[in-house]
Design a protein around this ligand. Structure first.
Ligand SMILES: C[S@@+](CC[C@H](N)C(=O)[O-])C[C@H]1O[C@@H](n2cnc3c(N)ncnc32)[C@H](O)[C@@H]1O
Length: 229
């Protein structure tokens, strides 16, 4: 079955949430940094780097796993997603944080004040946005809602143009999904123009710099952390 962008999540909300909550598809291969093995390493790193507790998970996904986990760690995290079914399921599964979850399109101005957050994380979401929107609206909005010293964690698929790939994790038949790829150096330069700088690599034990890895499909990703100065 072939999917166009967000319809995939509407049709596979529950399955995506199950795979997410048991971390089935959250283990990476061919990581360029020995300290990055899975989604949990990313969650630990953003919580270490954040200068405070207020966070935003932009494109939190079906079931809102990361919003839930970070709140159980004592952080104060909001989750937003463009797909209503994703937010409804997140509220159903994690009633204690239902007032922190809302439907928001990150391709538009965000409904938060300037400097509202100490960190923003956006994992595997800009793959659903045109690059012009990401560069001119989404990333500037992330920076606007970050406090000075705040951290953006941005994870995305790398390359150029749009690709379609088969994902075997959804039933007996593979589903075909389409993604926008990004040039990581261009995104770094967009962030630098907005007054942010990439957190440098600090050896084997501390995640930093530009880190690359594969997911289960497999597709190649980059993740980095940028601090607003
Ligand atoms: C691959 S999932 C990633 C979910 C989550 N960040 C994670 O790491 O598991 C992509 C998510 O981005 C959401 N999304 C796509 N376009 C969006 C947009 N314009 N605004 C907000 N969320 C969006 C989708 O609905 C989906 O839940």
């Amino acid at each position: 079955m072939k999917y166009e962008s967000l319809d995939f999540y509407r049709d596979n909300t529950l399955r995506y949430s199950e795979l997410s909550h048991d971390f089935t598809n959250s283990v990476y291969t061919d990581s360029s940094h020995p300290g990055l093995r899975d989604d949990m390493d990313l969650l630990r790193r953003i919580s270490e780097l954040a200068p405070g507790k207020r966070g935003l998970d932009a494109g939190c996904g079906p079931g809102g796993r990361n919003v839930h986990l970070l709140n159980t760690w004592g952080l104060n995290v909001d989750g937003i997603d463009a797909v209503e079914e994703n937010i409804d399921l997140s509220k159903e599964l994690h009633t204690e944080i239902s007032d922190k979850l809302q439907v928001v399109d990150i391709g538009m101005e965000l409904p938060f004040d300037d400097a509202a957050f100490d960190f923003v994380m956006c994992n595997g979401v800009i793959q659903h946005l045109p690059p012009e929107t990401t560069e001119n609206i989404t990333v500037p909005e992330f920076v606007r809602v970050l406090a000075s010293g705040g951290i953006l964690q941005l994870m995305f698929k790398i390359g150029s143009g749009v690709v379609s790939v088969l994902d075997k994790a959804y039933g007996s038949d593979s589903v075909e999904r389409t993604f926008q790829l990004y040039d990581e150096h261009r995104l770094v330069s967009v962030l630098e123009n907005l007054g942010c700088s990439v957190v440098p690599s600090a050896g084997e034990n501390e995640l930093g710099g530009l880190i690359y890895f594969n997911d289960h499909k497999p597709m190649r990703y980059c993740v980095f952390w940028a601090r607003k100065t």
